[in-house]
Design a protein around this ligand. Structure first.
Ligand code: GLC
Length: 720
């Protein structure tokens, strides 16, 4: 173990402040050259560039090696830099966007993908990833829903924790592993109107019940780096929010890891209007335990004055530096500042055949079969197939956080089809564009002709990659352009038509659902997206995904989510399409989503035959055993996510009409019957009461299975 107390005692103040700074790699390239643009914009003196403690956004392993080498030659204390990057869903081998991967409800798959990402990233010089992002999301207009696990806290918690453990492994010093960073704390997904970076006002109870659990699960799983969110939360931006960063994070949760700001979030405190200058921004952020300032220089320019003025004690600075040095030690950087990264190692483990296979499996398991009127799977004996739409032969299917992934390395639907159907005539017709202003219908005739002349048709539709992701929010989440019309024209001439949807958020698919008999939600599936799509279309894989976000019938329903409260005037499900007066409903649209949370079909036919509970009363010290009998009434093996929902019928505050309290994946052979068991414990019934205490209250509860909006086998029990 290093003697960091001694090391810190030997550091100058400027060297200490250097450990609390993170800049883009191009700043640190200035060490041996002239101070370039970014460094001058930050106001750095040349002699201070070598004191920088960490770097993000370098381009290759050689960059990392050169920067680290030059830094160590120039840094008096020989403290290694730490290299960070947004490895969100893959480094070079890209797997589905997190919103898609979460639809697998498969924590083991999420771990396998994260491990693969860590191996590739570490070999290429990355020490820490800014992931998992576990912001809770209910509004599909928000561009960053693609990075989330959706609208269920339990699922986000389990997936997030699995990713942290997979990134970090049993020992972060192992060069196959990387450090995780849980983000964006907190409530970022609650941005008003689904507009990125917008104001967030959420009751403490709502934060604690829905938005907090996944961050806490990641911390409990061992995350030692946390990033506050850009947004103001109940009036104060997270990075300067004492209630959030000191009371909840440090005091209540006991978080003792490092906090790193988001990109220029300290500078944005001035823009938010909660700091009049850099000095006040530095004071407010440091006062909230922000250790590393990313890509702004408020600390660099002001911490010395704040200590000289007695606002902070130098011991406070030392405490922050100590957290950073311990984090670097936990990563093994003092043992090997390069953590074994090299060109040779990078080439040996990056974008390998095995990794492509993992990405292909993940893309298949993340897909959600939304609709299937006996069309899918197609037979591989088809003589001719028409691939129609803007994504028919499109490489841009990686998603916006594609890291070092290269779109040209992705497999398109057309390329996937050629591989699966070597002897089939494949016709590709784009038919129309996928942008808002793509209103040209001149490709329709060729598309309809191709559809008429093909045994089967695959519509390949969606929104462009850059219509989701950071800053990319939409006020109308239908398919852009005239894709709906293209689909209708094509499906009208060939009943054997299925649609693949490529997107980074739930979309309004009403028109497609009216005209196309089968719809397969692919998300942005990553490097092997086309292969996985064809595996699913032709039955080499059986769809198993379940939606983790509700798909609205209209953008105007957003935010829409399954775990809503009943209100005093709930709209009866049976009357959802009727106009009711003086009811909590719209006059022009139902309340229900088109496809709800938990929905997803299979080529198998899973019959939920029964759900039995072993007692109708439980106490705080007992538990209820639940047995759900499932039968695969088909000749196709498949995997099903069995979901267990609960409703607290009466409580001191309103409660959701249903909550997912557990889920398990189960594989069933053809005509196999299995019983899936769950245990209901008192802590699963707890909620935050009006006084913000976590409590369970005696009374009646309802258990059921199936999925949201389609619950089956309800069973009542009482908590005494
Ligand atoms: C971005 C994102 C954050 C990311 C960081 C570094 O603005 O908000 O998620 O990790 O900057 O790229």
């Amino acid at each position: 173990m290093m003697d960091f107390e001694k090391l810190i005692s030997q550091m100058t103040f400027e060297e200490k402040v250097g450990q609390l700074a993170q800049y883009n790699a191009n700043v640190c390239m200035s060490i041996d050259g002239e101070i370039t643009g970014p460094a001058t914009q930050l106001g750095l003196k040349k002699e201070d560039v070598c004191k920088v403690g960490s770097v993000l956004n370098f381009s290759c392993v050689e960059d990392m090696q050169n920067i680290q080498k030059t830094h160590l030659e120039n840094d008096r204390n020989k403290i290694p830099m730490v290299f960070m990057m947004d490895v969100i869903h893959g480094f070079r081998t890209i797997f589905p966007i997190p919103l898609g991967l979460a639809c697998s409800f498969d924590t083991e798959l999420a771990a396998e993908c994260s491990k693969m990402a860590a191996l590739e990233a570490s070999a290429n010089g990355v020490n820490v990833t800014f992931a998992p992002m576990v912001d809770y999301a209910r509004d599909a207009r928000w561009g960053r829903v693609m990075e989330t696990c959706g609208e269920e806290p339990l699922l986000s918690s389990r997936i997030g924790a699995a990713c942290v453990k997979a990134f970090q492994g049993d020992d972060m010093k192992n060069p196959d592993n990387i450090g995780a960073c849980v983000k964006h704390f907190a409530g970022y997904g609650g941005a008003e109107a689904g507009r990125d970076y917008n104001t967030v006002d959420l009751a403490e109870r709502t934060l604690r019940e829905f938005y907090f659990p996944a961050y806490k699960a990641c911390i409990d799983a061992g995350a030692k780096l946390l990033m506050p969110s850009f947004n103001s939360l109940n009036g104060i931006p997270s990075v300067a929010n004492k209630w959030l960063m000191n009371k909840v994070l440090r005091e209540e949760w006991g978080y003792d890891g490092v906090v790193i700001s988001d990109y220029n979030a300290l500078g944005e405190l001035i823009t938010h209007g909660v700091a009049k200058n850099g000095e006040e921004a530095a004071k407010r952020a440091f006062d909230c335990g922000c250790d590393i300032e990313m890509c702004s220089s408020a600390y660099y320019h002001n911490l010395k004055k704040l200590v000289d003025d007695g606002v902070f004690n130098e011991k406070d600075i030392d405490a922050a530096v100590l957290r950073v040095l311990k984090f670097k030690e936990a990563l093994g950087l003092f043992d090997d500042p390069y953590r074994g990264a090299s060109r040779a190692r990078a080439d040996a483990v990056t974008l390998t055949k095995e990794h492509r296979e993992i990405a292909r499996k993940a893309a298949a398991r993340s897909a959600v079969l939304l609709k299937n009127e006996n069309v899918l799977p197609f037979s591989t004996d088809v003589k001719s197939i028409a691939l129609i739409g803007p994504f028919a032969d499109e490489h841009k299917i990686l998603g916006m956080w594609k890291c070092n992934g290269r779109v040209e390395e992705s497999v398109t639907v057309y390329e996937g089809a050629k591989a699966v159907l070597p002897n089939t005539k494949i016709t590709v017709v784009k038919g129309c564009g996928n942008e808002f202003n793509d209103l040209d219908r001149s490709g329709f005739d060729e598309a309809v002709k191709a559809a008429k002349n093909a045994d089967v048709v695959v519509l390949c539709l969606g929104e462009p990659m850059d219509y989701s992701g950071e800053g990319n929010c939409r006020t109308d989440i239908r398919l852009p352009g005239v894709q709906e019309e293209l689909a209708a024209a094509v499906a009208a001439v060939n009943p054997n038509t299925a649609a693949l949807i490529f997107n980074g958020r739930p979309l309004v698919l009403n028109e497609i659902a009216k005209t196309v008999p089968a719809i397969l939600e692919m998300w942005f599936p990553g490097t092997e997206g086309g292969s996985a799509a064809c595996d699913l279309l032709f039955g080499k894989a059986n769809p198993e995904g379940k939606l983790t976000m509700s798909f609205p019938k209209a953008t105007g329903q957003c935010p829409i989510y399954y775990n809503h409260t009943n209100t005093g005037r709930p709209k009866p499900v049976a009357k959802d399409e009727e106009r009711l007066y003086y009811n909590s409903n719209y006059i022009d649209c139902g309340n229900l989503p088109l496809y709800s949370f938990g929905h997803g079909l299979s080529y198998s036919n899973f019959v939920y035959e029964d759900m039995a509970i072993d007692k109708a009363e439980m106490t705080k010290n007992s538990e209820i055993n639940v047995k759900i009998t499932l039968y695969n009434d088909s000749d196709k093996e498949g995997r099903e996510t069995v979901q267990l929902y609960m409703r607290d019928m009466v409580a001191s505050v309103v409660r959701p009409v249903q909550q997912l309290i557990d889920f398990k994946k189960v594989a069933l052979a053809p005509h196999e019957r299995k019983t899936v068991e769950f245990t209901v414990k008192e802590e699963m019934l707890r909620f935050w009461n009006f006084e913000n205490e976590l409590v369970s209250e005696s009374g009646e509860f309802r258990l059921s299975t199936g999925y949201a909006d389609h619950l089956v086998h309800p069973k009542m029990f009482t908590l005494k």
